[in-house]
Design a protein around this ligand. Structure first.
Ligand SMILES: [Zn+2]
Length: 250
């Protein structure tokens, strides 16, 4: 679709009234919404509307795709790009949802998967893991946020832990902060392990996704234990806040 046509279409979608049913769903499943400002909430709603209008939800493993499932998952996706353009998800076309952990065809026997993201436009999520992550907003673990971070990463062409940054001069400090803290986590640095899950030591892509979970769920701890990493994530996820007093990320 042409850029201007899409922009006009999205504007129309954002201006449509938000269904009354959303308030209860978001209050129950997405407690982060309650901490947003009014302007942020309006922006989030707009992102959710566009996301629901453009992405396909595909049930798997006996899952039923209800409005609750769609709005909850879209809210997680919208949260990650709240201060970015929803076009960051343009390559994403479908969200496959299983009721619970599923067996990935490539996984070893007995290893269950909670979610995955593919460059070719599919995210796969386990609904119970999505709910568990979103309803515990301070434990640093959020499966949906993790997978949508992978989508942003993959949109730049490869899963390498670097999404498209806002300016070319951001890449060098980004890489330095990522690299240094990735190596800290690999070494088992105790201070860092208190805010970043060990899974982040798997590779650079997982490090970025795990660091994103910590940025959204435990921003103060991340800022205290890895200030350079926090600053780079902040500059990417919330570019307009640069230089302003910080408060916990939504
Ligand atoms: Zn991952």
């Amino acid at each position: 679709m042409l850029g201007w046509l899409r922009r006009r279409r999205r504007k129309r979608i954002r201006e449509a009234p938000v269904p009354e049913t959303w308030a209860a769903i978001l209050a129950e499943n997405a407690p982060f919404v309650a901490r947003l400002s009014e302007a942020e909430r309006a922006r989030l709603h707009g992102h959710i509307q566009v996301f629901l209008a453009e992405k396909h939800f595909i049930p798997a493993g006996g899952m039923e795709i209800t409005e609750e499932v769609q709005v909850t998952i879209a809210a997680a996706a919208a949260r990650v790009v709240l201060h970015l353009d929803i076009g960051r998800y343009d390559r994403l076309t479908e969200i496959v949802v299983y009721p619970g952990a599923y067996k990935h065809p490539d996984a070893a026997e007995g290893v269950a998967t909670l979610g995955e993201a593919h460059t070719w436009g599919t995210v796969v999520l386990a609904w119970d893991a999505v709910l568990d992550g979103m309803r515990h907003p301070r434990d640093g673990h959020d499966t949906a946020v993790h997978e949508f971070a992978h989508v942003l990463d993959g949109a730049s062409g490869s899963f390498d832990g670097a999404p498209s940054l806002h300016a070319s001069e951001h890449y060098r400090p980004w890489a330095a902060a990522m690299q240094r803290n990735f190596l800290r986590l690999r070494r088992g640095d105790r201070a860092l392990r208190r805010v970043l899950r060990d899974y982040g030591a798997t590779n650079e892509a997982e490090f970025f996704a795990v660091a994103t979970e910590a940025y959204f769920e435990r921003p103060d701890e991340l800022a205290a234990r890895a200030p350079a990493l926090f600053a780079e994530l902040e500059r990417f996820y919330h570019p307009k806040r640069r230089g302003k007093p910080r408060r916990p990320a939504p």
